[in-house]
Design a protein around this ligand. Structure first.
Ligand SMILES: CC(C)(COP(=O)(O)OP(=O)(O)OC[C@H]1O[C@@H](n2cnc3c(N)ncnc32)[C@H](O)[C@@H]1OP(=O)(O)O)[C@@H](O)C(=O)NCCC(=O)NCCS
Length: 157
């Protein structure tokens, strides 16, 4: 058990995404998203100065993108490689995103999620995200689907 925890800690070590990571990030994105972002979108996020982070062992197995402005943070993307899912990385990476948002003095963190994405919805719900609203037909493929907008409010000290 202690060894497992030690291995997890070693593996869970977020690093800033570099331009050179983008080809691996795009491959991972293609394996987890029905509407994958292109390399250009990830490059634009880096250039815009968004918080872009990866998890890597020998290869990138996770990434997240977070944008903050006007005391609000928006989790634009988060993913864990299918081979590494279900081992707590997603939960820890979400916690890391929350710490990035609070470091920006954000009052809340919001995100969009597909109603059909029960894994992600369970993760967000457990962490206390609340339903804020729907964006109709936000996702175009494979079938038109609304986005659920979820929000986590930060209570000031
Ligand atoms: C959503 C995602 C990031 C979760 O990462 P993960 O490493 O698998 O998650 P964890 O192992 O930390 O599990 C966290 C919680 O997710 C939920 N979860 C994980 N695997 C699940 C599964 N197979 N079925 C249902 N819920 C599941 C559970 O609530 C779990 O909490 P628990 O362990 O206390 O039960 C990952 O599934 C993923 O990359 N999905 C594809 C991309 C995506 O959908 N991103 C989110 C877009 S909004």
């Amino acid at each position: 058990m202690a060894r497992r925890a030690e291995e997890f800690t070693r593996a869970f070590s977020p690093e800033r995404m570099m331009l050179s990571d983008i080809s691996e990030v795009v491959m991972l994105e293609q394996s987890v998203s029905p509407t994958p972002w292109s390399g250009t979108i990830f490059t634009d996020c880096l250039k815009a100065g968004y918080e872009c982070w990866v998890l890597r062992s020998s290869e990138v197995f996770g990434y997240l993108i977070l944008a903050s402005a006007a005391r609000e943070s928006h989790l634009l993307n988060i993913a864990i490689h299918p081979n590494s899912q279900g081992r707590g990385f997603g939960r820890s990476f979400l916690e890391f995103a929350i710490s990035l948002a609070t470091n920006e003095d954000s009052e809340r963190l919001f995100l969009e999620v597909r109603p059909s994405n029960s894994t992600a919805r369970a993760l967000y719900q457990k962490r206390g995200f609340q339903f804020l609203g729907r964006r109709p037909n936000y996702y175009g493929r494979p079938a038109k689907e609304d986005a659920l907008v979820l929000s986590l409010e930060f209570i000031p000290d």
